[in-house]
Design a protein around this ligand. Structure first.
Ligand SMILES: [Zn+2]
Length: 77
């Protein structure tokens, strides 16, 4: 597979929407795999691939605190 690095001008014409291929605009036949080696606790990064045109990209999501649950305090000894 041939990949190309895009300059800023080329980047700006591409769609940037969650779950939409920036190249062919497909919003189905897209697969996600969670990036490993991630150190940011407030974000999650996915490796994404469009199976329609073969384009790959990363999608970044910031996480919002929701609640603490399943709290287990160790008993005193
Ligand atoms: Zn595509």
């Amino acid at each position: 597979m041939i990949t190309v690095d895009l300059n800023l001008q080329e980047m700006s014409r591409l769609t940037q929407s969650k779950g939409v291929c920036p190249n062919c605009k497909a919003d189905s036949h897209i697969s996600y795999s969670k990036l490993k080696d991630q150190y940011d606790p407030d974000a999650v990064y996915f490796d994404v691939k469009c199976h329609n045109c073969g384009t790959t990209w990363d999608e970044h999501y910031s996480l919002v605190f929701f609640e603490q649950d399943n709290i287990q305090i160790p008993s005193e000894k």
